[in-house]
Design a protein around this ligand. Structure first.
Ligand SMILES: [Zn+2]
Length: 214
């Protein structure tokens, strides 16, 4: 029989080993870089397994988890704390649903979009606003033409693709997904700069008249 002190030492050693393994696991996980490229057009696939977790779907659409659309939705839904979306035009129902789902789960969602295209037919910006998602838009004559997202301040999704079904199913488009620190920081800073610039409390509706008065 071991004396009580030895049992205690054994217990402490077991705790130390499990803590070390946990730290090694976290380190390895964190060190694995995210570097993905998605190309479109991609066939329309069912994203219900992601958007309605727990429900088994038997719709006629393909349920291909390797499809670029499925991978994009999966990446977005990986957000746990925040999603910053800077998108010229958003009319894709599954992508809008992903944003709404994150918002309903308490993820801090902020959207910057283009003032002309947010009112275009099929735009989902209105439904995001109705659900309480914070949306800001440009007020300049040039388009707010970015198409990028920042997930949890750690991953950037960027490329040529607008979030429209035409882009997804018809156009030649690309998306790069990376957790490269330098890139992520640059996109975060650009988002914050535009978010501040497009603050509605500082809108200037008649710039020429304002200039005359000053
Ligand atoms: Zn389905």
């Amino acid at each position: 029989m071991f004396p009580a002190v030895s049992w205690r030492l054994l217990g402490l050693a077991a705790v130390a080993v499990s803590l070390s393994l946990e730290l090694v696991y976290r380190f390895v996980r964190r060190r694995r870089p995210v570097r993905e490229v998605l190309f479109f057009p991609a066939p329309l696939v069912c994203t219900e397994p992601l958007l309605s977790p727990g429900l088994s779907c038997s719709c006629p659409l393909p349920h291909d988890k390797d499809s670029a659309l499925y991978q994009l939705v999966r990446r977005l839904l990986g957000a746990r704390r925040s999603l910053e979306l800077c998108i010229f035009t958003l009319s894709s129902p599954p992508l809008a649903r992903a944003v709404l789902l994150l918002h309903s789960q308490g993820v801090r969602v902020r959207v910057i979009t283009d003032s002309d295209y947010m009112a275009a037919a099929g735009s989902q910006i209105g439904s995001l606003r109705k659900a309480g998602v914070a949306v800001r838009h440009n007020q300049s004559s040039g388009f707010m033409h970015h198409k990028f997202a920042v997930v949890d301040n750690t991953i950037v999704i960027t490329g040529s693709m607008n979030w429209t079904m035409q882009a997804i199913q018809t156009n030649q488009e690309n998306l790069l997904i990376t957790d490269d620190g330098v890139c992520v920081r640059a996109y975060r800073e650009q988002f914050e700069r535009l978010w501040k610039e497009y603050d509605p409390t500082t809108y200037c509706f008649f710039p020429e008249e304002d200039k005359k008065q000053t």
